[in-house]
Design a protein around this ligand. Structure first.
Ligand SMILES: O=C(O)[C@@H](CO)OP(=O)(O)O
Length: 195
């Protein structure tokens, strides 16, 4: 098996209808410029419109690279703890067992497909959502499942993970926004002081 280089990204900033905002479009362009410096083999995106559009924009900076949908990148809640941390009880309120099972299936399909070495060395961009990125990071660190809840990421922030044969995954970058100017960083978070 050969190394898979994964670049996991939350799509650009979107409005309440799920469409990229002007800021989200610009973030996507800047992400495309950054990724153009890498030997990208494929761009995979979630079926949801905000991820589709972000991937289309990124693809404009990567001539000849296939941009395709992957159902595994759909937004989902990857894991619902049996023992709920009190601070998260409101978040999961009304979330039933069937929905939890559905999310777990997608989460497993995500790691089964992408979080492993590849047949030949490959560099793949995944344009997805905050929770799937958190789940990939949690998985790479072999952290307890509940720890996905402590991971958040910004729009078009870059998370890079390498999967080498016979080794634990290597986290190279998490939530890196260095391709974005200050005014386009830290979108996708709740209100509060930012570093
Ligand atoms: O709603 C959110 O907070 C996240 C969940 O993954 O979705 P998105 O990244 O599409 O904003």
């Amino acid at each position: 098996m050969a190394t898979r280089h994964l670049y996991a990204v939350r799509h650009g900033a979107a409005d309440s209808f799920g469409r990229l905002t002007d800021a989200g479009q610009r973030q996507s362009e800047l992400l495309g410029e950054r990724l153009a410096g890498l030997p990208v083999d494929a761009v995979w995106h979630s079926p949801l419109p905000r991820a589709v559009r972000c991937a289309q924009i990124v693809g404009e900076y990567l001539p000849g690279v296939a941009v395709r949908e992957a159902a595994e990148l759909l937004d989902h809640v990857p894991y619902v703890p049996d023992e709920m941390p009190p601070a998260w009880a409101g978040f999961f309120d009304g979330y039933d067992a069937a929905q939890a099972a559905e999310g777990a299936v997608i989460a497993d399909s995500l790691t089964d497909r992408f979080a492993r070495p590849a047949e030949t060395e490959t560099h793949e961009v995944l344009i997805t959502h905050a929770y799937p990125v958190a789940w990939l990071v949690r998985h790479a660190l072999d952290a307890p499942p509940v720890r996905w809840l402590g991971l958040d990421c910004g729009n078009t922030a870059l998370t890079a993970i390498e999967y080498r044969d016979g080794l634990a995954p290597t986290m190279l970058l998490y939530n890196d926004m260095s391709h974005l100017p200050a005014e386009l960083r830290w979108t996708g978070f709740g209100p509060g002081a930012l570093p």
